[in-house]
Design a protein around this ligand. Sequence first.
Ligand SMILES: [Zn+2]
Length: 146
Amino acid sequence: MPKSAKLSGIKSLRCYTIPEAAGVTGVSDRTIRAWIKQGLTAMSDERPTLVRGDALISYIQRQRQGRKSRLSPDEFYCLKCRAARKPAGGLVDCELDGTRAKLSAICETCDTIMHKPIAHERVAILNDVFDVTLRSEAPETLKVGS
Ligand SMILES: [Zn+2]
């Protein structure tokens, strides 16, 4: 497993050389070079190669999102187990909020509450996967028959 990169020290308006980018994110030079090959935007006609801070930030954020979306539809990420877990008993609460839906469930391993945001249009397929209880914080905005 590669070490996870740190976002906090990156200045979005700065340009970093590869060793500087490695230093500020806490990964190796080799990792930064691999990221550039995999799509991190770099000014590679410059010598030395420079990477903009904002490109670095958005690359790491995209990478993190990719990691999250690798959960299968019936899994949540449990912060306590630090692993993908299934909801205990297949029971899930779904809270609708405007265009988003938020799922909550209990980790089957450690009983911690887990959350997962999903796109509204995916709520319909949830019932195939889970035993869903729908909740809405603002029922007056859900007008039937409009
Ligand atoms: Zn857990």
